[in-house]
Design a protein around this ligand. Sequence first.
Ligand SMILES: [Fe+2]
Length: 476
Amino acid sequence: MQQKVLIVDDDAGIRDTLSDLVRLLGYSTSTAENGLKAMELFDDGPYLCVFTDIMMPKMTGLELIKEVKARDVSTPVVVITGYASVEMAIDAMKYGASDFISKPFKMKQIEFILKKVEREKKLLQENKRFSEELTLHRLIDHLSGQLEKSVEEISTLHAISDKITRLKGIKDLVNTMVDVAGEILDTADVCFYLLDGATGKFIDLDSGNIAELNRGIMEGNIVRDRVPGSFDGQDLEILFPLMIEDRLFGALRVVSSNGIDSSKEAKLSYLLQRIVERMENVVLYEGLYENILSTLDSMAKILDARDPHTSRHSTRVTELSMRIGKALGLSDEDLDVLKVSASLHDIGKVGVPDKILLKKGKLTVEEMNIIKKHPDIGFDILSSIIPMKKDAEIIRHHHERYDGKGYPMGLKGEDIPFLSRIITLADAFDAMTSDRPYRKALPYSVALQEIKRCRGTQFDPGIVDMFIRKVITPKI
Ligand SMILES: [Fe+2]
């Protein structure tokens, strides 16, 4: 069945041109001249995705994105635009847009975007199916109390499935694949091979060697074979194909001398499928996350560039925060969050006008109040992005004080997120030791005295102690 695409634009010319191009690519289309008409059509869906203009009468494109997402979060929305401004990127991201398409339209670009949203939608639906499947399995667990053996089996599958969904990197997933196969089939002879698409050869990732695998695997089926030269020819080799979207990307080779029963083989096949699905998600998620990070990073750079006196401030605060974090023995996971939060800590200043941000003289109370909004603005920008909720919270509190006299919420002591307290110290130290329009940089020793003076009032005393002992003193 042809997939349907909904195209919304108040300009009939643009609507028809885009609709013709999308149809040429093999999709069917519906068109609407405004958001209200589009929502009526949306209810007759399902649609693969929605293309929408931003400036439209009756309902803006951003409002339409919100409406679409409220009805079906798995329908991607692509924004039609003449140019992509930073402001619009932030707005569209907040509302959940997946991508942009710019005018004039190019066939290649439309094709690329449609393929991308198709995959995005499929993965979202697969995720949903997988979680439903798990819920079903849990229900089965509950009902089949007497069938101890099968309950045990399912529980093992769950435990491993749960573990798989928590794994983050491709390397972890490959290692798990090898471990799980070794455990289920009770052998240590397991190896993962990656198929080099260009040469059609299989490569052992650990050694970099090319492996001569049975070419039957290219058909995408499990291949069983005797291992030539093994003792009595008894060793059995099984190759499991690893596929994403019907395309082979690798193989898992397992050798066993004990024979392999079919139920174990089926169990392993099921788990390999789960791992491969997770790999797909990781690749997609990492891709999206990287995109978001690079957009935000560009915004931070634009921000630094607005004010020559604070240029590279974000970079230095990040470096210093990381040194403090490492001295405090933070976990790798916390260090990752600290790195992103520190580099974006002042991202909310995009919402502060130049005439206030770059003002040379003393700021009025009203101007100061506008500047004080930047932690909340930063929070609003980042909290709309699901993978960045934690960072958003940390950024919101980087101007709190340990004695509760900071802003925006006046949090006190341990109530302030720990990573925010680290950034507060790094931020203040860097501000003191760099030139400002109204004063020259202070020497390190003077800045250090000031940090000591504010130990327990502005700053967390424990972090100050570690900063003095392990981070800054060795450098003076
Ligand atoms: Fe700040």
